[in-house]
Design a protein around this ligand. Structure first.
Ligand code: MEV
Length: 337
């Protein structure tokens, strides 16, 4: 039995624009997906995923990637999750040169699905790592990140960046621009997350932004402006002391950039009433800045606030079902057992 875990993430800056080659800075957070893999003697894949939604589910399929039987549960999010697990199995089989390898897989996760915290990337990264290790063919971190990216790319119909999967593999803060991915130093940022209980459809949201950029030059300009915001933010992080608590001036400057980033994402149509309500509740409570995180459409916002005020305010905000402080996860994917 091999157990690996990988962290979720928040975007300090740059989601969506990163799909068009602009830089982005996601930061791994201490919410993890754990994947347990036990090789089987046949080519079947059995998946148990109690925590992926409110309804636990178990699916057995016949080893043909992409083919699994109907099961009697609410399916849309679970189908998406199964798509990512299928893709991870494919990548692990390919990497290990074992096209017929079968597995019993258990997925446990405390990252809400499809909510902008990198749940799918964490499942894919931990899944490929656990499956390749179980087959005796562990991957180096950059190859693992690349395989996980290819899995997401396949599931999202070619519309994915390397940001989520690289961040989940490496942990800490990372900078991603096209194929260029590097860990970066960061101060100890006081992230607070608000969750509306919902989820966005990443593929549809990314496709919607693409349509806008194809139709309107100013939408394309908006994507480039997000890149400018990210570059300003990177300069601030570079000048700061890594691992230290940031001073109020730095938090104010980063917060302004987060607010700007949220406005640009709203202009691209990927915010939602619930996300805007949480963003404003955080700002009103004194957060230095707040923005949606991830694909948007519903899910989570991230705010910067070293005090308890924002978390408290969010927990009383209509439409917010969970508010919590998110510590930076300095460790990326790891073997648990
Ligand atoms: C989704 O978490 C982030 C997006 O930028 C898509 C991607 O980077 O693959 C919207």
């Amino acid at each position: 039995m091999t157990v690996c875990s990988a962290p979720g993430k928040v975007y300090l800056f740059g989601e969506h624009a990163v799909v068009y080659g602009q830089p982005a800075v996601p930061c791994a957070i201490e919410r993890r997906a754990r994947v347990t893999v036990e090789p089987r003697s046949d080519d079947h894949v059995r998946v148990e995923a109690e925590d992926l939604s409110l309804d636990g589910f178990t699916v057995e399929y016949d080893g043909t990637v992409g083919d699994h039987p109907d099961v009697d549960v609410e399916r849309s999010l679970l189908d998406a999750a199964m798509g990512y697990i299928d893709a991870a199995v494919s990548q692990a089989r390919d990497a290990a040169g074992a096209p017929n390898a079968g597995f019993d897989i258990t997925v446990e996760s405390d990252i809400p699905l499809g909510a902008g915290l990198g749940s799918s990337a964490a499942v894919v990264v931990a899944g490929i790592d656990a499956a390749t290790r179980a087959l005796g063919e562990p991957l180096a971190p950059r190859e693992l990140a690349d395989r996980a990216y290819r899995a997401e790319f396949d599931v999202q119909d070619g519309q994915a960046s390397r940001a989520d999967t690289f961040c989940s593999t490496m942990g800490g803060a990372v900078r991603v621009e096209g194929d260029d991915c590097e860990p970066i130093e960061t101060p100890n940022l006081p992230f607070v997350v608000g969750f509306d209980g919902g989820a966005g459809d990443t593929g549809a949201l990314v496709a919607g932004v693409r349509e806008l950029t194809e139709e309107y030059g100013f939408a394309d300009e908006t994507v480039r402006s997000i890149g400018d915001v990210v570059r300003e933010g990177e300069d601030l992080l570079e000048a700061a002391t890594s691992g230290a608590d940031p001073d109020a001036e730095l938090l104010a400057e980063l917060g302004d950039l987060m607010n700007f980033n949220h406005g640009l994402l709203s202009a691209l149509g990927v915010s939602a009433r619930s996300l805007d309500a949480m963003v404003w509740a955080a700002r009103d409570a004194g957060a230095h800045g707040a923005k949606l995180t991830g694909a948007g459409g519903g899910g989570c916002i991230v705010a910067l606030d070293p005090t308890p005020e924002t978390e408290t305010a969010l927990s009383f905000t209509q439409g917010c079902v969970d508010a919590f402080r998110a510590e930076l996860a300095t460790e990326g994917v790891r073997v648990e057992v």
